[in-house]
Design a protein around this ligand. Structure first.
Ligand code: PEP
Ligand code: MG
Length: 283
């Protein structure tokens, strides 16, 4: 399956023009970055509903807030940190600020009545974090039930695999969720101890490193052992030179920028006919 990454509802027309089979990563941060104050539930709902409706039953994976690190939002008043990429970012902010999380989850669940919405949590390192996310979802569903607001009770919940910790405990995490999506940008950064923002790391920032590819294989095996699907939504997903490796590993979905869909699909057709090479073992 070839899905698309988008950053706002405006991008949906490119997904349709390039024939993406779904949206594998809708970065919800744009809503928070574009304003001077927390976006309301209604503002968020409108954005998610617009995308879900436009995609007409195709899966739309919406990632919950992933700010902090390189994406600073003033009104959050986050403390200055020495190493923000390893600081209070993404799911850590949501779990520390239940009201912010609740507002987003309510908007997401309400949008789930209008299409095939899936919710994805970023920067997971531990099983307890996922359990807390699921409790927050349950609380929101109970609220919507009490208010008589429609939503999809079977909304898929997934996590991003983008920290080495999540790879090491992937077997336990897989039992908690419906899917994994590998964020190779951050996974490469944290696995290789290479800041993804640094311009001078050159060949040291190497997403083809066997450690990164082995991490993908470990996560894929854990996902499949638990009967869930796994995709890649980091930039590596569009790397045609690794396509056969991804297929051999058993990656079920690649989510790329809309302009990469057609070349990727052409390559998939070609490579399905060929013997796969496991680059991962070439180390
Ligand atoms: C990733 O880390 O690969 C990813 C898709 O998330 P982002 O680039 O938005 O951090
Ligand atoms: Mg990331």
């Amino acid at each position: 399956m070839v899905y698309c990454n988008i950053g706002s509802p405006k991008d949906v027309h490119s997904v349709q023009a390039d024939d993406g089979q779904g949206i594998g990563l809708f970065r919800s941060e744009f809503l928070y970055l574009a304003t001077n104050d927390y976006p309301s539930e209604e503002e968020q709902f409108k954005a998610y509903e617009e995308v879900a409706t436009a995609m007409n039953g195709k899966r739309v994976v919406i990632r919950t807030l992933d700010i902090g690190a390189d994406k600073q939002v003033e009104y959050f008043n986050l403390q200055k940190e020495e190493n923000p990429a390893m600081g209070v970012r993404a799911i850590r902010i949501c779990l520390n600020r239940p009201e912010v999380f609740r507002t987003q989850l309510r908007a997401l669940y309400r949008a789930s009545a209008f299409g095939k919405v899936a919710i994805m949590f970023p920067m997971i390192t531990s099983v307890w974090e996922v359990k807390e996310c699921k409790w927050a979802c349950k609380a929101v569903m109970a609220e919507l039930d009490a208010e008589g607001i429609p939503y999809n009770k079977d909304t898929e919940l997934g996590i991003m695999i983008e920290t080495p910790a999540s790879v090491f405990v992937a077997d336990a995490l897989a039992k908690e969720v419906d899917f994994f999506s590998v964020g190779t940008n951050d996974l490469t950064q944290y696995t290789l101890a290479c800041d993804r923002q640094a311009n001078d790391l050159g060949k040291f920032f190497d997403p083809h490193h066997p450690a990164v590819l082995r991490a993908l294989k470990i996560a894929a095996d854990a996902a499949h052992a638990a009967g869930i699907w796994i995709g890649i939504c980091g930039e590596l997903g569009a790397d045609l030179s690794l396509l056969e490796t991804f297929l051999a590993i058993g990656i079920d979905e690649l989510s790329v920028s809309p302009s990469s869909v057609l070349p990727l699909r052409a390559e998939i057709r070609k490579s399905i006919a060929k013997t796969c090479t496991l680059k991962m073992l070439e180390c």
